[in-house]
Write a protein that binds this ligand. Sequence first.
Ligand code: GRF
Length: 205
Amino acid sequence: MAEETTTGVGVLASGGGSNFEALARACKDGRIPGAKIRVLVTHKRGVGALDRAVRLGIDSLVIEPSDFPDRTTYYERVAMEMEQRGVEVVCLAGFLLKVEPQFIHRFAGRILNIHPALLPKFGGKGMFGHHVHEAVLTAGEKESGCTVHLVDEEYDHGATLAQARVPVFPEDTPDTLAARVLIEEHRTYPEALRTFIRGMNKETP
Ligand code: GRF
């Protein structure tokens, strides 16, 4: 019988952490075979993602940029904490800090992000949270959705791994649209991670 490889996953989040929880639940219930979330890292205290980590029994760390002289040393620490816990794949889940190049190189081709729109539209600097949904509504789009992509040195730019679409209704507000997109995020991110890890480990289907 083939031995199952365990792939360590680290999650970086800034806020509520619902995508972190979706990934964690999918890892726990076997929808992402062999994947295990080793640690959640946030850059501030008191965020919802940390409460979710406690409830889910997942190790979590708060690493604050203000405790470091610069972002280079900050990300060195984040990378070290992740590597010490066996993290091979990093998932950004509502992580609002810009990820520095040396962190990207350290986990080259193994950092995923989810964006709440259909990239390449509505991505780039300043396009996060409600700004994205406001822009979609202002542009009069008939559909929106989410994109899981690899992270490179440009905002919202790396190769797309998965997308899901939702309709935009005339009566939508940024909040109603965000809620519809978020449901798809929770389904799409675990599926994309599963496919990514399967490819990484060259599993047979
Ligand atoms: C999600 O909409 C995600 O696409 C974006 O930030 C939001 C995070 O939500 N990058 P949560 O913290 O996962 O609930």
